[in-house]
Write a protein that binds this ligand. Structure first.
Ligand SMILES: [Zn+2]
Length: 688
């Protein structure tokens, strides 16, 4: 229920409503095996038959891509995933130990949570029994007046994602305070486009989604006729909600998602829904005002409640209760859910092993519990010290970059520098861990644990209302392979999980580490100055600090990137959305440039020959660019590529690598390219 705003994460925004389904079902036969150690800069990954000036990604990653087909339990496989699998295995070691031999109360708690999840025999024996109280609650709804209270119970007690999201966020215009907020949600498919586009592919996916819904209702005991009617209702309601949903590109603009209004305005937008009854069935105090993030959506929701029959509304709630629990019920549910969300939609061939799914689930529910033990074993203190040095080097480089910008006036530069100077960094793990003492975990109650964890989470969020913002809070757990910039706090965050090879390896030369974690740091810093981040000031408030002329120059430059990336075609017939990916592309480009600048500064301090000293036959500049591109070596299923082209603000690895190097002449110089070659165009896009 948290409304987290990753204006910029390095890979995924895991808060998509869709992400809850991105786990695959059980495979009892799989036993955990420690993945091989990973190293930065892999010479054997390079395909030397390719001209780096023509297609640098094919050069840096060609052999890796040939030698690393997508494993059957994945829909995307890259070097990111290699590290993700390794971190997950190391987390499993902690969970497995705690499940069998806990030494502390906290270990008992997360060990029990994991053990309950692993008990697939019990899940099979129980069938849909753990969900029956929830289904009975829905069945009992006898009039539309009772809908709001029921929606609150489903969201709060069960974490069922119906209709909208209610949570707490920092006030975008007064970042020192926490406010309540509501946003559009309630769709089962990944995006509104899936309901509204009429091409053959989308039409087919809708049919498959409907087939899935019918099968799910039948599994829960409904006859053919009833299941078909219920599935029709689900599609009709979700299509109406999709029509009222704001496209994700528009939601990138803070002005379009910030509407601080009296609480009573919700009743004006959606009078059919009793908002006071809703609120009184959540742990929230009464609210004078809140951010109604997507007002049009609530009008659409109101029309749905007015137009649809009570039975249709109940079908919609019933579907989402079943759908969100399905990955953790008995095998038929698990398989059915996998078959649609992973296999059909994402192209994943086989179910993910249960130990992997349960490890990830425990990380989501109790990440800062098991994370405390995980970092003791997997995050040496010197890693933090090295990161602090690297961050300082990158901040200095970004400052120099700002000073050297030809398109920005001194007035705006001063503001940009003030924002950079106010950056705070968080490295590795929280200084203060979350307290899980109020979360009850039972070793024989997986669904109950999930429901209690959801309720615990919303309680935690709502508890923030009226209190000072906790600037030390993290939005990612320690073993996560990712990083993020949080615009309301103006801080950059690097979980321990990413501070390892291929991003960061002690024994490697600076060129390799600056091309890896250095670019990641630069990427997150640049998010403070991308299409979204640039609208927030040093204090994390939405506030214009630009002169009109400088803003126009900035937008002219970013529109160059919109066009450039918008012409990349990751899969036949589907181009990237240049506006959706703009922030990430700007961050990739800026990150590469400032990390390169920081590296050159380090090499200059090491003496005359440092910049020309070759290792493995490559100069430091060449090693920097290869290290950068190799972070993004990956293979994707066609289906995965299609979903992510519509939903993921990050470009695929191929374009993250080639898009950034072709905008940076230092790359062409390092590899002896000439102007006009694909990787050294006449008119590159340069922002930061
Ligand atoms: Zn990012």
């Amino acid at each position: 229920m948290t409304i987290r705003r990753f204006a910029g994460a390095l890979i995924f925004c895991s808060s998509l409503a869709f992400a809850q389904n991105m786990v695959a079902p059980a495979d009892k036969s799989a036993t955990p095996v420690e993945p091989k150690a990973i190293h930065s800069f892999d010479v054997s990954a390079i395909d030397k038959s390719v001209d780096p000036c023509v297609d640098f990604y094919a050069y840096a990653c060609g052999n890796w891509r040939k030698n690393n087909p997508i494993p059957s339990d994945q829909s995307r496989w890259g070097r990111f995933n290699e590290l993700g699998e390794r971190d997950r295995y190391l987390l499993w070691v902690d969970l497995n130990r705690a499940a069998t031999d806990p030494k502390t109360p906290l270990q008992r708690k997360y060990g029990d949570f994991y053990a309950a999840c692993m008990n697939s025999d019990l899940a099979d024996k129980l069938g849909d029994k753990p969900l029956l109280p929830t289904l009975a609650l829905i069945e009992k709804l006898s009039d539309k007046q009772g809908l709001a209270a029921l929606v609150a119970r489903l969201q709060v007690d069960n974490g069922t994602p119906v209709f909208f999201r209610f949570g707490v966020e920092q006030d975008e215009k007064n970042s020192s305070r926490e406010i309540a907020a509501v946003y559009q949600a309630g769709l089962g498919l990944p995006d509104r486009d899936y309901y509204l586009l009429d091409d053959a592919r989308m039409t087919k996916i809708r049919e498959q989604y409907k087939e899935y819904a019918v099968a799910l209702f039948k599994l829960a005991g409904d006859n053919d006729e009833k299941a078909a009617a219920e599935a029709d209702s689900v599609l009709a309601i979700e299509t109406a909600l999709a029509k009222g949903s704001t496209p994700r590109v528009e939601l990138r603009d803070p002005a379009k998602r910030y509407h601080l209004l009296p609480f009573s305005d919700l009743s004006t937008l959606a009078p059919e829904f009793s908002w006071t009854a809703y609120l009184s069935n959540t742990p929230s105090p009464t609210l004078a005002e809140l951010n109604i993030g997507t007002p049009d959506f609530f009008k659409a929701m109101n029309a749905v409640i007015a137009d649809q029959s009570l039975d249709s509304l109940k079908s919609y709630l019933r579907f989402h209760a079943l759908n969100s629990a399905a990955p953790w019920l008995s095998s038929p549910y698990v398989d059915l859910n996998f078959g649609f969300f992973e296999k059909t939609l994402q192209g994943q061939a086989e179910q993910t092993a249960r130990w992997k799914r349960c490890t990830s689930l425990t990380d989501r529910a109790l990440g800062e519990a098991v994370g405390q033990d995980w970092v003791k074993e997997n995050f040496p203190p010197q890693a933090k010290a090295s990161m602090q040095k690297l961050v300082a080097a990158l901040e200095k480089a970004l400052n120099e970059d700002i000073q050297s910008l030809p398109w920005m006036t001194p007035e705006t530069k001063e503001q940009a520098e003030a924002k950079l100077a106010a950056f705070r960094e968080k490295i590795g793990y929280p200084e203060k861990w979350r307290d899980y003492s109020k979360l009850e975990v039972k070793r024989d109650d997986l669904i109950g644990n999930l429901h209690r964890a959801a309720a615990f989470q919303i309680d935690y969020e709502i508890n923030k209302l009226g209190k000072p913002v906790d600037e030390k809070e993290w939005s990612m757990t320690p073993p996560t392979v990712n990083a993020y910039y949080q615009p309301s706090n103006n801080d950059i965050n690097f979980p321990a999980g990413i501070l390892q090879p291929p991003f960061f390896e002690f024994s490697k030369d600076p060129a390799v580490n600056f091309g890896g974690i250095g670019v990641v740091i630069g990427h997150e810093m640049t998010h403070g100055f991308d299409d979204q981040g640039s609208k927030y000031d040093a204090k994390g408030n939405v506030n214009n600090w630009w002169t009109p002329a400088d803003r126009a120059a900035f937008e002219e430059r970013t529109s160059c990137e919109v066009n450039e990336y918008g012409n990349f075609e990751p899969v036949a017939g589907q181009k990237l959305n240049g506006k959706l990916t703009l922030g990430e592309n700007t961050a990739d480009n800026g990150g590469l440039r400032i990390a390169y600048r920081a590296l050159m500064s380090v090499l200059a301090s090491e003496g005359d020959d440092a910049a020309t000293r070759k290792i493995d036959g490559y100069t430091p500049a060449q090693r920097f660019f290869i290290s950068f591109a190799q972070i993004w070596c990956e293979n994707r299923t066609e289906q995965y590529s299609r979903v992510s082209a519509r939903t993921d603000p990050h470009s695929p690895g191929m374009f993250r690598a080639n898009g950034a190097v072709q905008n940076f002449d230092e790359f062409g110089k390092a590899f002896g390219c000439h102007k006009g070659q694909p990787m050294m165009p006449e008119h590159p896009c340069v922002v930061w």
